[in-house]
Design a binder for this molecule. Sequence first.
Ligand SMILES: [Mg+2]
Length: 271
Amino acid sequence: MPHITDPLLIVTDLDGSLLDHHTYSWQPAADWLALLRQNTIPVVICSSKTAAEIQVLQKSLALEGLPFIAENGAVLHLDVQQHSDSPALSSQVLGKDYSTIRQAMEQLRSLKGYKFFGFGDVSEKEIIEWTGLSASDALLAKQREASEAFIWRDTDERLAEFATDLALDDLTITQGGRFYHVMSAGSGKGPAIKWLLDKYRQLDGREWKTIGLGDGPNDVSMLEAVDYAVVIRGYSNIPVELSPLQHYVYRTQSYGPEGWSEGLSHFITAV
Ligand SMILES: [Mg+2]
């Protein structure tokens, strides 16, 4: 088990994990966040949220400047401090961009009559209703770069058919806590984490250990890509099943940020 003084990287989902599913509060995780900061352990946010949303949250969480992964792995931001001389290197879109994805979705809808509402179909008002976000946060949620979030208003069979059609365009569907997401096939939280971890190891040659925390099916590839996986108790009706190759799995009793702290206390020796 890792000690708090080891080269350690924390990779975390936001909604339902570090943030409470209903209130978006992280207060129950505040003590652990402070301890990680004291020990200069990077907390890398890995979320379905947009880069614009995550940057605001990073400020509130005192995680500014750290790398993060947005839109379920489709957008990657590196450590700003390391790339301050070449900002072009600091942000990468992995895969197709937003307008290409929207185009493919709209084409299939007009062709086959699929019933869904994406963020691109609605105003901030609907997004506020769906998420409980504030008006300014809903605006940030609409600033999508490489994935589309949507709610499905059709049958499960039709959803499977939609997924098959999207696959022909090299697109894939993943399920988050509230929404489904369309993104490039082959991208995801897991591949993005692997890419980032390689960068970290190249940078200083140290064998960084990783702890991942998540509560939803869209976190599976991330939880399989880390050394220690914390499955936070969630509200999804789909169980979070990990490959048997992941030997270190802890499932929390508590939900959200309480579960987040519970998971870190399980794996990290802090004294
Ligand atoms: Mg989640």
